[in-house]
Ligand binder design. Structure first.
Ligand code: HEM
Ligand SMILES: *[C@@H]1O[C@H](CO)[C@@H](O)[C@H](O)[C@H]1NC(C)=O
Ligand SMILES: *[C@@H]1O[C@H](CO)[C@@H](O)[C@H](O)[C@H]1NC(C)=O
Ligand SMILES: *[C@@H]1O[C@H](CO)[C@@H](O)[C@H](O)[C@H]1NC(C)=O
Ligand SMILES: *[C@@H]1O[C@H](CO)[C@@H](O)[C@H](O)[C@H]1NC(C)=O
Ligand SMILES: *[C@@H]1O[C@H](CO)[C@@H](O)[C@H](O)[C@H]1NC(C)=O
Ligand SMILES: *[C@@H]1O[C@H](CO)[C@@H](O)[C@H](O)[C@H]1NC(C)=O
Ligand SMILES: *[C@@H]1O[C@H](CO)[C@@H](O)[C@H](O)[C@H]1NC(C)=O
Ligand SMILES: CC(=O)N[C@H]1CO[C@H](CO)[C@@H](O)[C@@H]1O
Length: 331
């Protein structure tokens, strides 16, 4: 059974890569060479900007990766998450529940955008810069043994001219979600259980606040008892300390590896929504978690394919779009 499933998974993984590329490219008319003629320096400029930011603060790789997820899940990958609120006119995503006091990395994208504008003015969308930055953030947070996943990023996205806090509140999954909710929120984006499980591996890097994992370590029998007790005693008191941070994957919090899946099997993860992927009665996600825990290469391949698919999520037809000059506001 296990052997049969694993060999099947290799086929599925290879097929998923092809389907993801085709879906992304067709869905939004994206292609990797989109800026070859108009901005040949683009990829080097973005990579340099991400490398500088990650060197200054290793956690920033995780923060940029999450920024991309939160962009793409809300009306497609259109840099809508980067729009500042305009008081009296427009309340955007930055202060929505899942993002306020939590999402970060905006200044890094601003700095890269300024560099890109200096090389090729009014040409490259903020949404494409974020898609490239997320790829580089993962590659630069790589685990030295594993080599680090990377993928080719289809390009040609347009930046949104509107968004809403409500769109972020309703599209982004909450940390207390159970598996049926996670599966249906991903299915609503055309992403399946394999995409959900692989993409959740992003939680192998970064930090979370006590406020979002308190209920799991105080109330859930699914959490390893010693692990939960340790967090209760150190960073996450029953009341107060909401902003205290703990690493989502404590063994190697800034290395992009498959450690998160081993933690899931050991029931040593921070979020209730993460633990829901393993041991909550779904054989499909349980098997994927075990396979990724055992094989970092399999995880890296599925993660890369799923990231291309995530990056192919397109805004609703007819929502217009532009190449913003400043990622924080419409032109
Ligand atoms: C499956 C549903 C998901 C839920 C419920 C979820 C929830 C969360 C929560 C609650 C945090 C901590 C936020 C805070 O402390 O304020 C977090 C952090 C993070 N998430 Fe997720 N997430 C999910 C999927 C994803 C996906 C698909 C990605 C990327 C592909 C991702 C990337 C990250 C990263 C990298 C961090 C750490 C960010 C940092 O340190 O700045 N998450 N997530
Ligand atoms: C764009 O440039 C890359 C890297 O030089 C090359 O591999 C690719 O074939 C080019 N694509 C197009 C459409 O010109
Ligand atoms: C305010 O909203 C209107 C209508 O959406 C828009 O045309 C205008 O540009 C907005 N103003 C600013 C400063 O964003
Ligand atoms: C870029 O182009 C825009 C619009 O054409 C112009 O307003 C802006 O000043 C230019 N910026 C730079 C840095 O050249
Ligand atoms: C933005 O406006 C377009 C066109 O009116 C609409 O289709 C889209 O749903 C809006 N997006 C959000 C996030 O409100
Ligand atoms: C734990 O569950 C109890 C009973 O439902 C609830 O009153 C309490 O607020 C929960 N504690 C946390 C930290 O979520
Ligand atoms: C497990 O997840 C798969 C994939 O979405 C779904 O088809 C299946 O119904 C789920 N099984 C259970 C028992 O929830
Ligand atoms: C791990 O996964 C990779 C990619 O799917 C595969 O080529 C390799 O054979 C697997 N290794 C083991 C030990 O199963
Ligand atoms: C696309 C990309 O930047 N890939 C890089 C990931 O990291 C390895 C190791 O440094 C590089 O060789 C790749 O070029």
């Amino acid at each position: 059974m296990a052997t049969g499933w694993l060999s099947g998974a290799l086929w599925l993984s290879a097929l998923a890569t092809v389907a993801a590329l085709a879906g992304g490219a067709q869905g939004q008319g994206l292609s990797p060479g989109f800026y070859n003629a108009t901005c040949p320096a683009l990829q080097a400029v973005v990579r340099r900007g991400v490398a500088r930011a990650v060197r200054r603060e290793p956690r920033m790789g995780a923060s940029i990766l999450r920024l991309f997820f939160h962009d793409c899940f809300v009306n497609g990958c259109d840099a809508s998450v980067l729009l500042d609120d305009v008081p009296g006119n427009f309340t955007g995503e930055k202060n929505a529940g899942p993002n306020a006091n939590s999402l970060r990395g905006y200044e890094v994208i601003d700095a890269i955008k300024a560099q890109v504008e200096a090389s090729c003015n009014a040409t490259v969308s903020c949404a494409d810069i974020l898609a490239l930055a997320a790829r580089d953030a993962v590659n630069l947070s790589r685990d030295m043994q594993l080599g680090g996943p990377s993928w080719t990023v289809p390009l040609g996205r347009r930046d949104a001219r509107n968004t809403s806090a409500n769109a972020a509140n309703t599209n982004l999954p909450p940390p207390d979600a159970g598996l049926p909710t996670l599966l249906s929120m991903f299915r609503a984006k055309g992403l399946d259980a394999r995409d959900l499980t692989a993409l959740s591996g992003a939680h192998t890097v970064g930090r979370a606040r006590c406020a979002v994992f308190r209920s799991h370590i105080y109330n859930d029998t699914a959490a390893d008892a010693a692990f939960a007790a340790g967090l209760r005693a150190s960073v996450c008191p029953a009341a107060g300390g909401d902003g205290n941070l703990a690493p989502l994957e404590p063994q190697a919090p800034d290395a992009f590896d498959n450690g998160f899946f081993r933690d899931l099997v050991a029931r040593r993860v921070l979020l209730r929504s993460d633990q829901a992927l393993y041991g909550a009665g779904n054989g499909t996600t349980d098997a994927l978690v075990r396979a990724y825990a055992a094989n970092g290469t399999a995880f890296a391949a599925d993660f890369a394919a799923a990231m291309v698919r995530l990056g192919g999520l397109a805004p609703a037809a007819g929502s217009g779009g532009e190449v913003r000059l400043n990622c924080r506001r419409v032109n």
